[in-house]
Ligand binder design. Sequence first.
Ligand SMILES: [Zn+2]
Length: 452
Amino acid sequence: MKKNNSYIIILLSILSILSYACSLNTPNPSLTNTNNTPSSVPTSTSSASSFTFIPIPTVSNSPVNDIEIGENLIDNPGAEIQDTKKDAPANWIQNSFGNIESVFSWGTQDPFSGKKYLSISVNKHTDGDAKWYFAPKTLKVNSWYKYSEVYRSNVKTRFTYLIDNPNKPQTNFPEVWKVDPSDSWNEASFRFYIMSKETSHRSIMHIIDRQGWLDTDEHKLIEIKPHPLPFPVVSITFDDIKKTAVSIGLPELEKRGIKGTFFITKNLVLNPDNSNADMVAVSKLVKQKHEIGSHSATHSYLAEMTPDKINDEMSESIKFLKEDLTIYPKGIAYPFGDFSDIVGQKAKTYFYYARTTLDGFNDALFDQYKLKIKSVNNKTTSEQLIEWVDEAKQTSTWLILLFHDLGDPNPVNEYMVPTAYFTTLLDYIQKQNIAVMTVSEAIEKLRGISIN
Ligand SMILES: [Zn+2]
């Protein structure tokens, strides 16, 4: 009897290890499809029914799990302990800004664990946001961390870093993760890397930026072992597409034998304004064999749409690229970086990958439907671009750069990047002898699969 029990325990352990390993490529627990293989195009969408879509093999060679180093770095992680001076949780700071009416509370109703949790209710919202955050901690540079918590909310919410440096006030709050609403307690978890020259005195902020409520509990920040890729990669991507991406970007890439990935919005190309590329221009990209991806049909917020509308955005974009440009896009870049679980599920039925605008480097555990980027805009310096390449090389990760417009420096156009920065970057990448690949090529090489 005793022997039987131990067999059962061993079997259960194996099963739990296996189920944990299977969940790794979909860090958001509410995503039920843990298979990275896209299914066939839905037959209900008549405009897409003529497409052939060859499923990619299931990913096989990613490492198994995160190895945590040391302890949870957040003091009072479950918000159980009271501050000595006030009726509020110790170590937790509340902040809101903008035209917003928010109520911060120390919740007790149905906590995930213990007796307490953190709660915010936004009763009126025009702009701005509200968040609780833990007192900043000094983390290590050149290091990887994992942040996790359990949350529930009736609206979608997002995460960013607080970078605490009194000499250099933070101006950029990149989105590092986002989650769907969840009635019951649900886990949110993401990993991030701190570069060698960054300020490492930080906190993580879970932000609510609309009318609704958000509860959080069991917060955890822990150092993890790196998961380097077999070799570092850089990908150059453009969204929308701007005229200059073709008139300046294309020849500069071609001169160096580099292929980029261009995510095209159907309506922007068919009805180009002064700044957008037209069909003649984007045809050059196809002719020169650069990768063409989808950037939807109308450039709208996909997560705000009904499932049918999301289908339309994706299938119409594919139909256009296939019929008018004779290419089948392998991936999509979400307009405004806007996605949700349902958008992600739809992307899996049409595409081999999805590029987000979540900030970060992609390591060996990358989720090919949540590819992270470094966004290049008119505040990015040439030095930063070089640093990002250095970091990708040093950590053996995949750096996906997102460009829009190229040309003369322009403080008004947020997405204008000086041409000189672009060419300096390309020259630097080549000198470093680092692999430059289109996004689909990188997935093929890094995952050892073929998606042609
Ligand atoms: Zn866009």
